[in-house]
Design a protein around this ligand. Sequence first.
Ligand code: AMP
Length: 194
Amino acid sequence: MLNIVLFGPPGAGKGTQAEKLVKKYQLVHLSTGDIFRANIKNGTELGKLAKGYMDKGELVPDEVTIKMLESEVGKYAYPKGFIFDGFPRTTAQAQALDKFLATRNLSITITLALEVDEEELTKRILLRGKESGRADDQDENIVRNRVKEYNNKTAPLKEFYLKQEKLKTIQGAGGIDDIFTELCKMIEANAKTV
Ligand code: AMP
């Protein structure tokens, strides 16, 4: 199985690249942000809880997020692999993911980190907000808070995957197709099963 963590700050292009990778390698795409948004749309209890955090640009608590992610993974009996997009975002989530996958004799194959500088991120997200109507993409204070949460809680995870020798970093500032080609090269050089 090919299990990819797509890593990077909000606005780095994770969602765009995930869609392309999913098509090419026939993976299951699990975006925790998308799952939370679907829950908000459907008015579930989980959605109501998550909304309070998302509206402030804060992370949803680990316990809730981990439980949700595990239940999503459990829905697929024989996938070719997963692409985790926007998860894990904390060390506790990364540890929980490793532990959970191990119970199924699985592991993360590679962590692909997209790097984009902060000013460019804010610009991109605000532009996306105008097009998509996503509330947390439209308010500059919320956007800056999300980037701050990323720097404080998520960026340290690079060290976590570096220690496991799974981290591959790529500049996320170029063209979509060029970045995609780079990502595929990294996957194919590192994953024996592809
Ligand atoms: P995203 O669509 O990945 O930018 O996520 C949008 C929002 O959903 C984030 O700002 C968080 O509030 C919440 N969220 C998504 N994924 C996670 C996660 N793994 N842990 C905690 N909160 C999350």
